[in-house]
Design a binder for this molecule. Structure first.
Ligand code: GLU
Length: 460
């Protein structure tokens, strides 16, 4: 039977980094096994579910290049199926109608707590003879009363729970809405899911779900419960995919970074998508929680910025430059600037910050650099340089380099004496990439007019 996995987020918020890691392990496992990856939106929570979050989740999955083979399938469109399954469990005697009122249940709960027992449904309605359908009721599943339940989890290993821990939980509420632990089983069996891969916060649910599979007469799937991620910001929305996208992270880097939270392949840190698909397996997924470490993510992102083709990088950079108010379009020159500046930043936002002087001449000059390098005695050499640039036949880093060397020689000045005033004039400071490439990255008029403006600093 071919592998089928699903990622089943609730649409009660934006897609969170922890959920992306769950989605990713599902996706990688499916691709590694040549199986199918299904997206199911768990939108039965009438109070908290929102269509805008469904859209946001789909958008995030597209941006991360993890589009499902099937779906999104919405649980809210499947109530007929859930009702049909509830009815069949009632018929077969695996479920029963419960008429206990919320007040009664609360009183039972308090009594249990007062007697030092774990609160559990009493089973009062389990064996009623008269079970009218037209009186307010919930439907409960009959849990086994003896023995234990064991799963052989791909990550957690063998885990056993005594059935005493479980009670006859509600599968359909009084208002007709089925509950999570029930619909998840109906869906996973209806969709022929072979492997349920999700956070280990669901481990307790799994023991409730297994008797439901059995009651429905189907074999439970294989489970893999992933340790949760620690260290993610709890501020609303701040651990969401779009928040990272807007802060200038690349999808390749997020995927690469998240893949390593809980999974490893020797000590390799950087992986292409193809490598992840090829190497991924649960043998190398660990049980202990991993920490979401933004410094490490920054490093992975900076590595991915270096890996991308400069034109590709520049195209992705444009919106970040626009956000800073620069009027730019993708062209070859932008690709050159991106290639030159990518070593100096860890995100696309930072790269826009450190590259601002390419797009605007509205910058401050660094006083101490001006003091140190803008020497009035060098005016003739700097003027010769500007004239040389104006007359240069070919506007390239190489041609500009030879011009600098010959002007330096003529005026008896070392290269730094020309290079540093150039940097200050073009960028405001002496920190910048190789000076010839820097000059070449401006168009000629812009470079020479900034250099002329810089000459005024000689008199200050
Ligand atoms: N909707 C559940 C969640 O977001 C998914 C549970 C599952 O994968 O079974 O946690």
């Amino acid at each position: 039977m071919s592998v089928r996995v699903r990622f089943a987020p609730s649409n009660t918020g934006h897609l969170h980094m922890g959920s992306v890691r769950t989605a990713l392990f599902n996706y990688l496992f499916a691709r590694n096994q040549g199986g199918e990856f299904i997206l199911r939106i768990e939108d039965t929570d009438r109070e908290r579910s929102r269509d805008e979050y469904t859209e946001s989740i789909i958008e995030a999955m597209q941006w991360l290049d993890m589009e499902p083979d099937e779906g999104p399938i919405l649980q809210s469109e499947r109530f007929d199926l859930y009702d049909e399954k509830v009815e069949s469990l009632l018929q077969s005697g695996h479920a029963y109608r419960c008429y206990c009122t919320p007040e009664e249940l609360e009183a039972q709960r308090e009594q249990a707590l007062a007697e030092g027992r774990k609160p559990k449904y009493s089973g009062k309605c389990r064996d009623l003879d008269d079970t009218p359908d037209d009186e307010a009721h919930t439907v409960r599943i009959k849990m086994p009363t003896e023995g234990s339940i064991t799963i052989d989890d791909l990550v957690q290993g063998e885990v056993t729970v005594s059935v005493e821990e479980l009670d006859d939980f509600i599968i359909r509420r009084t208002d007709g809405v089925p509950t999570y632990n029930f619909v998840v089983v109906v869906d996973d069996s209806d969709m022929d899911i072979t492997h349920v891969i999700r956070g280990d916060d669901h481990l307790n649910n799994t023991f409730r779900q297994i008797p439901v599979y059995r009651a429905l007469g189907v074999e439970p799937p294989t489970f893999a419960h992933l340790p949760l991620l620690a260290g993610l910001s709890k501020r609303k929305g701040s651990a969401g995919v779009q928040h990272y996208r807007d802060r200038g992270y690349l999808p390749e880097a997020l995927i690469n970074y998240l893949s390593r939270l809980g999974w490893s392949h020797g000590d390799q840190e950087l992986f292409s998508r193809e490598e992840l698909v090829e190497y991924f397996g649960f043998d190398s997924v660990g049980k202990s929680p991993s920490n979401f470490d933004e410094d490490k993510l920054n490093w992975v992102n900076s590595e991915w910025m270096k890996r991308l083709d400069p034109s590709d990088l520049a195209r992705r950079w444009v919106p970040f430059l626009e956000d800073k108010g620069f009027d730019v379009e993708f062209d070859e020159r932008l690709a050159e600037i991106a290639e030159m500046m990518r070593d100096r930043a860890q995100t696309l936002v930072e790269m826009a910050d450190v590259s601002a002087y390419f797009f605007s001449d509205d910058f401050e000059y660094d006083d101490s650099a001006v003091e140190k390098w803008m020497d009035p005695d060098h005016r003739p050499a700097l003027e010769a340089l500007i004239e040389g640039l104006e007359a240069l036949e070919e506007w390239s880093g190489d041609a500009i380099g030879s011009l600098y060397r010959s002007v330096g020689k003529e005026h008896g000045l070392g290269l730094a004496k020309l290079a540093q005033p150039t940097r200050i004039s073009l960028t405001g400071s002496t920190t910048s990439p190789s000076v010839f490439d820097l000059v070449a990255a401006f168009d000629r008029d812009e470079a020479t007019s900034r250099l002329r403006r810089g000459l005024q600093l000689l008199d200050e």
